[in-house]
Design a protein. Structure first.
Length: 172
């Protein structure tokens, strides 16, 4: 993972990365495409958990977040033959408010209590500034989101990494 972290830093040219910000400039778009290409050249699997619709009563999208996390954690912890081995450490972007961090911890503990992930599956919440590997979910999900929301040429950048992406539809 150190090699991957180093490559990401080299492409970004900075210890800070946010794909949406990068895509605002021509240089940032090139860096985004380079980063997607770097990921595509590797053997890392990309997984996107998504919920097709958010219930209108889910005003803060916490129910949708919970469903996506639970689906993703279960799939990653179980592994998928030919794609990835069972994962024992899940790294989640740490949210700013402690009540939201606590919700994420609670969601993970529920999965363990319900035997939906093995007891040794750990959750680490940290900042993308502390763990550059968190740049990758931002990168891949931003590229995918643009296939839905944009028609300015950036809607095509997802194609670079698409063969490595597995989709999970969340539904808890």
């Amino acid at each position: 993972m150190d090699e991957l972290r180093g490559g990401l830093l080299e492409i970004a040219g900075s210890p800070h990365w946010h794909t949406t910000e990068a895509l605002l400039t021509a240089g940032g778009r090139r860096a985004t495409e380079d980063m997607l290409g770097y990921l595509a050249d590797g053997k890392e699997t990309c997984v996107i958990a998504h919920q097709v619709s958010v219930d209108p009563v889910d005003h803060d999208a916490e129910d949708a977040r919970r469903a996506c996390y639970r689906s993703l954690a279960e799939e990653l912890a179980a592994g998928r033959a030919g794609s990835w081995s069972p994962i024992e450490l899940l790294i989640l972007e740490e949210r700013n408010q402690s009540n939201f961090r606590n919700k994420d911890d609670k969601n993970h503990k529920e999965l363990i209590r319900e035997n939906r992930v093995p007891r040794n599956t750990r959750l680490l919440q940290t900042s993308p500034s502390a763990e550059r590997l968190l740049w990758l979910p931002d990168l891949v999900s931003s590229a995918f989101r643009r296939t839905i929301t944009h028609t300015d040429g950036t809607d095509e950048i997802f194609e670079i990494v698409k063969p490595q992406v597995h989709f999970l539809e969340a539904g808890d």
